[in-house]
Design a protein around this ligand. Structure first.
Ligand code: TYM
Length: 332
């Protein structure tokens, strides 16, 4: 089976350290080994009902983040989802193979919809079907994402299997989740039990990819901790000390070490010193990326050209797959 990587990020602003460590950073290495397709999932962003004027700036922001993080547009395909009509068309077909019971299990829908499910929009509910279509439209085999997307990927595998069984074909590969690194689930800097997210009302909950050194320092100084020193390696403290566990994970990821290696160095010391060192590492990693993003966004011609070229190359892969799917389904 031909190997192909697909992943994507919603253009909803506030791109943060979790998006970088959980996703984008892990994409870079695949470029040398496989064909890679990286999407800006603008149709998914519509589930949040964004203002029209925010869409293009947010699409460019995510594109700039990909480029600044080392995604090479000569090798990788970078494009906006809505520019390739196959995503929406295939999503419809797949929705006809996805039982309600499968969607009812999705924890992200339950979290995002809140208490009153009747007012949540249909798009939020079928979001994971569109996500399955994104992946299967390219017959992708590898999908590098953060931990929070694991359930959606299992659903994508189930849907691919249901399609293949119904038509008696081996057409869609079952995509493999690629979830790795020391920070597959980065938590809020204000509450170690909540995921770091673009939509948290507190700016202090997240490091955003364009934060400058002073802002990074301020946010990490204010980051919640407890009064205990750093724990010993090999002990289980995570459940009782979620904020400590989160900062240790971030430190490990930013310095390419394991959590245990970080603790071997820091056990018994105070968080104040640890946070100063963490700040230096965060600035060393995010500083150059944020500066490059700002440079790219100041004159976005290059970003726009990358998206136009990427859309063409994406269609060149997805259109023939869709044609073949139509024949399998009996639509042509
Ligand atoms: P989005 O935009 O919510 O998240 C983009 C990526 O960032 C990861 N991520 C995190 N990783 C670690 N810690 C965090 N706190 C954190 N927050 C977010 C997510 O796991 C994701 O990898 N539904 C997808 C977008 C999507 C997609 C796809 C992904 C649409 N179609 C097809 C892969 C393949 C999402 O969550 O986007």
């Amino acid at each position: 089976m031909h190997h192909r990587v697909f992943s994507g990020i919603q253009p909803t602003g506030n791109l943060h350290l979790g998006n970088y460590l959980g996703a984008i950073r892990n994409w870079v290495g695949f470029q040398d080994r496989m064909e890679t397709v990286f999407c800006i999932v603008d149709l998914h962003a519509l589930t949040q009902q964004p203002a029209a004027a925010d869409m293009q700036p947010n699409i460019r922001e995510v594109t700039a983040a990909y480029l600044a993080s080392g995604i090479d547009p000569k090798r990788a395909i970078i494009f906006a989802q809505s520019r390739v009509s196959v995503h929406a068309e295939l999503a419809w077909v797949l929705s006809c193979h996805a039982p309600l019971g499968w969607l009812n299990r999705m924890t992200q829908f339950k979290e995002k919809a809140g208490k009153d499910k009747d007012v949540a929009v249909t798009g939020l509910y079928t979001y994971p079907v569109l996500m399955a279509a994104d992946i299967l439209a390219y017959r992708a085999t590898h999908v590098p994402v953060g931990e929070d997307q694991k359930q959606h990927l299992e659903l994508a595998r189930d849907i691919a299997g249901a399609f293949n069984r119904h038509y008696g074909v081996d057409f869609f590969p079952l995509p493999e989740p690629e979830i790795f690194g020391a920070a597959t689930r980065v938590m809020s800097l204000r509450d170690g039990t909540k995921k770091m997210s673009k939509s948290d009302p507190s700016d202090y909950s997240r490091l955003v990819m364009t934060d400058d050194a002073d802002t990074i320092a301020l946010k990490l100084r204010k980051a919640k901790t407890d009064t205990e020193p750093l724990p010993e390696p090999g002990t289980s403290f995570e459940a009782a000390r979620p904020e400590a566990a989160n900062l240790i994970g971030i430190y490990a990821a930013l310095s390419d070490q394991t959590r245990d290696a970080v603790l071997t160095q820091w056990a018994g010391q105070q968080f104040s010193g640890f946070k100063r060192e963490l700040t230096e590492r965060a600035v060393a990693v995010l500083g150059p990326i944020g500066a490059e993003m700002k440079r790219l966004l100041a004159a976005p011609d290059h970003v726009d050209a990358v998206l136009a070229d990427g859309a063409e190359r994406a269609r060149a892969i997805a259109n023939p797959i869709w044609d073949e799917a139509r024949r399998i389904i009996g639509l042509s």
